[in-house]
Design a protein around this ligand. Sequence first.
Ligand SMILES: C[S@@+](CC[C@H](N)C(=O)[O-])C[C@H]1O[C@@H](n2cnc3c(N)ncnc32)[C@H](O)[C@@H]1O
Length: 295
Amino acid sequence: MTFGSSGEPRPRMVSKEFLLLRDMIYEHAGLSFDGDAMSLFDRRLGERVAALGLRSFNDYYKYLRFNARGAVELEEAIERLTTKETYFFRQEYQLRSFAGELLPRLAMQNSDSKRLCIWSAGCSTGEEVYTLGMLVRESALFPSWEVRIIGSDICKSSIATARRGVYQAASFRVTSDVLRARYFREEADGMHVIDDVKQLCHFGQLNLLDGGRSSMVGRVDVVFCRNVLIYFDLRSRRRVIDTLLERLLPGGYLLLGHSESLLHLSTAFELVHLREDLVYRKPLINQRCDGRGRL
Ligand SMILES: C[S@@+](CC[C@H](N)C(=O)[O-])C[C@H]1O[C@@H](n2cnc3c(N)ncnc32)[C@H](O)[C@@H]1O
C-alpha cells in the first residue's frame, strides 16, 4: 500500500496513536475496543490517513479534533469501525415470540388509539426494520391503524441503504421462499421491499449516546436493540438503556440480542417470560429499582 500519491509506504499506527483514536471513538459512539483492535484501526483508518494525504495517525487524530471537517471525518472513521452484520428474520425464535405473543398484547393494549410504534435502535442497513414491518403485516392485527416502524443507526451510509430497500442474497440467509415472494419484488439490481411494507418504515441517523437527539423518535411501544450493546462497555450500555427506557411508553417492551442482557445493570425494567424468549418491560408506573430489583 502506498502513502498518498507519492509512492511512499503509508505510516503504521503506534500504541499511543491507537489509544488516542480509540478513546475518541469511545467518547463519541460508546464503542469499546481492546488492545487487539490496533491492527483493525491501523488497516481501516490507514486508508483514510492515506486518502487525506496525512503523515501519521497522530496527524489524523489532530485532523479529527481540530479540522473544520473533523466531525464529518469522525463519521467516516466510525463507518469503518462498526460491525454492520444483519439479515432478514434474524433470531427467528425471538421474532416468533414477538409476533405470537407481543403483537396480540399490543393490539389489545392500544385498541383505543389504534397506534403502534416500534423502534429498531441500531438497525444497520434496515433488514430488521423491514422484517418487523412484514411481521406486522403477517399478523393482520392492525388494519387501518397508524403503524410506524422507525430504524436508526449511527452510520449514514447504512441509513441510505435502508431507505433504498434493495437487498442481495446475503440478507436472505434465513428468509422462507414464501415470505420472500410475498414481500419483495425482484429487479435487475436486487430484491426490492414492496411498498406496502416500505410505507410503514422510516429511517434516520442517530447516535444512541446522544440522549437529547433521540427524543426525535417520539414515544414507542417496542424497542428492538439487538446486537448493538455487545460493542459497548457497561458505562455506555447504561447510558443507552436509560435512553431506551425514556423513549418507551409505560408497559412497552425492550428486546435485546441473544447474547445481551441487562445483567449487571440496575434498571427499572421488569423481566417478562415469553414462551421462547425473555424480554424486558417498562412498568406501567415508572419506578426505579432499589437494587434488589436488579434484572
Ligand atoms: C451488528 S449491527 C446490528 C443490526 C441489527 N440490529 C441486527 O441485530 O441485525 C450493529 C449496529 O449498531 C450500530 N451502532 C454502533 N454504535 C452505535 C451508536 N452509538 N449509535 C447508533 N448505532 C450504533 C452500528 O452502526 C451497526 O449498524
